[in-house]
Design a protein around this ligand. Structure first.
Ligand code: G4P
Length: 528
């Protein structure tokens, strides 16, 4: 096997999806602890706090209790390399999250035992389904009273439409929590308050039949457990690796992230069964991860990560080949060679300069606005990875400057912030307005805050008469010109210079479409 195959097979690249407060941050922290990436529980929060101190706009994030930025954390575990891509937590940032999910090979869904399947989980699950992403489930907060396991499994199956294969099953819950049973190995792992729950310090019984277990948890509890297990197993499915990999079945674990209970069982199973990088579709051919030449695509751009340096970091997911520090790569959209100097890796402890990286890994490339979301890099082959769309925004506002002399900074700020992909920026052909489109209201606040903080521009956003946007495509140049002349009042250019129709009403859009045969009105624009 080549180095690329070996390294690709070792990679597990995933994201955690959950409703806010289900325990994503806590679980992330425990996973990093097992990976040896952090020494002490609490470091993720500590890190969050440290970042708040250095970057003021994150005060907004803190105020609102949301996570606007996302990061990449890499750690080794049991001979594997795990890449955990953080997804933004707030519902307003769906589009951003969507793109993170295009860069992973699987996902982990966290559900609160008391709340069950919540609205945000449903949305994220829909996104995973678009690509048949394999999903594992962790039902969290078992140390609190919650819904009966059988009801939770049923809820996941009926609401999310995916088969459940419980791998662990709880023994009691809340005050009566005694532990979990591993349904594949038969082992019983006891819950004892104050323990750290690594394999070394857990109390583990080989099976339910172990007489010492009965002595420990009592005859009544054991009988209750047997009855419940019968119910759970009767109503669910045995683990089927093929169904999991096809996104039709989710292995389910129970535990308590804050107590680190049940987490190692999850992680052990995850590294064994979650998929390594898989082949990916491009405009040309399918790219297999073990191909020797480097390829990858940009799924996220973050401006001003370090306020000291006005750089933008493009996050590239490697799809094939090997990245080595300082190598040159071909930027497929511009047709130019780019030196990938000082690329960053994202070890959970810190940002570091990357020496090498492999399929499934993410590297951060510094740039000054030449790289856009969706861009592909290769070693010369002209191709573009597909499936990273820009959605038509649903909310629009016109930027209004309090100091008209700051127009240049405003334009620059809006253009750069829209590169991150959470908002989109339009310049109408017939006016000097600057129109911003977003999928959630909160994004306008975030942009106003960051304009002030990072660009020194005091701007506000006001109502504008736009209901929806459509990207225009027309292969016939003459027809396109006619269309442009006739509809100039409603046309804008987006940040990439593409023509967009901004419709004041849905009816207007419908009429424009009827009057323009041969012109396509697209609700998403595929990058590249
Ligand atoms: P999120 O990233 O999904 O939004 O959730 P996060 O991990 O921040 O957890 C949300 C709250 O739930 C936190 O409490 C956290 O401590 C708590 N939590 C996480 N896992 C468990 C668990 O297994 N059992 C119990 N009982 N609670 C859990 P908080 O009060 O908001 O924050 P903190 O003050 O405890 O840090």
């Amino acid at each position: 096997m080549s180095d690329v195959s070996i390294e690709a097979q070792r990679r597990r690249t995933f994201a955690i999806i959950s409703h806010p407060d289900a325990g994503k941050t806590t679980l992330t922290e425990k996973l990093l602890l097992f990976g040896g990436a952090i020494q002490m529980a609490g470091s993720v929060k500590g890190r969050k706090a440290a970042r708040h101190a250095t970057s003021d706009w994150m005060a907004l994030e803190k105020e609102r209790g949301i996570s606007v930025t996302s990061s990449v954390m890499q750690f080794p575990y049991e001979g594997r390399i795990v890449n955990l891509l953080d997804t933004p937590g707030h519902a307003d940032f769906g589009e951003d999250t969507y793109r993170v999910l295009t860069a992973v090979d699987s996902a982990l869904m966290v559900i609160d035992v008391a709340k069950g399947v919540e609205e945000r989980t449903i949305k994220l699950m829909e996104v995973c389904r678009l690509r048949d992403t394999p999903i594992m489930t962790f039902i969290n907060k078992l140390d609190r009273e919650g819904k009966p396991p059988i009801d939770l499994l049923d809820e996941v199956e009926s609401v999310l439409g995916i088969q459940c294969a419980p791998i662990t099953s709880p023994i009691g819950m809340g005050q009566r929590l005694k532990g979990v049973v591993h349904l594949i190995t038969g082992e019983v792992h006891l819950y004892e308050q104050g323990r750290n729950f690594t394999r070394q310090d857990s109390t583990i019984f080989a099976s339910l039949e172990d007489p010492a277990l009965e002595a420990r948890i009592g005859t009544d509890m054991l009988q209750e457990l047997r009855d419940e297990l019968e119910l759970v197993q009767g109503a669910s499915h045995p683990f089927d690796p093929a169904a999991y990999l096809a996104g039709r079945q989710t292995p389910v674990f129970f535990g308590s992230a804050v107590n680190n209970f049940g987490v190692q069982l999850l992680l052990d199973f995850f590294v064994d069964h979650a998929p390594p990088p898989r082949p990916r579709a491009t405009t040309g051919r399918e790219i297999a991860p073990y191909e020797p030449q480097l390829s990858g695509f940009v799924f996220k751009i973050q401006a001003n990560m370090d306020p000291q340096h006005r750089d933008r970091v493009a996050f590239m997911r490697i799809c094939s080949g090997k990245f080595s520090a300082g190598m040159k790569a071909f930027h497929a959209r511009t047709g130019k060679e780019v030196k990938l100097a000082n690329a960053l890796t994202f070890m959970a402890s810190d940002r570091e300069i990357a020496e090498s990286a492999w399929p499934g890994d993410v590297i951060g490339i510094h740039n000054h606005g030449t790289i856009s979301i969706g861009d592909s890099f290769t070693e010369g082959e002209m191709l573009a990875f597909t499936g990273i769309p820009n959605f038509a925004p649903e909310l629009f506002r016109r930027a209004r400057l309090r100091d008209p002399l700051k127009l240049k900074q405003l334009q620059k700020g809006l253009a750069q912030l829209s590169e991150e992909g959470a908002t989109q920026f339009f310049r109408p052909l017939m006016s000097n307005d600057l129109v911003l489109g977003a999928v959630g209201m909160l994004q306008f606040d975030v942009v106003a805050y960051r304009l002030k903080d990072e660009y020194g521009v005091d701007a506000s956003f006001e109502q504008v008469n736009v209901a929806t946007a459509r990207w225009i495509r027309c292969p016939d140049a003459k027809k396109l010109e006619e269309f442009r002349d006739k509809n100039a009042m409603n046309l804008s250019l987006d940040a990439a210079g593409q023509l967009v129709y901004l419709a004041p009403t849905r009816v207007n859009l419908q009429l424009a479409q009827e009057r323009s045969p041969g012109v396509e009105f697209l609700a998403t624009r595929e990058h590249a």
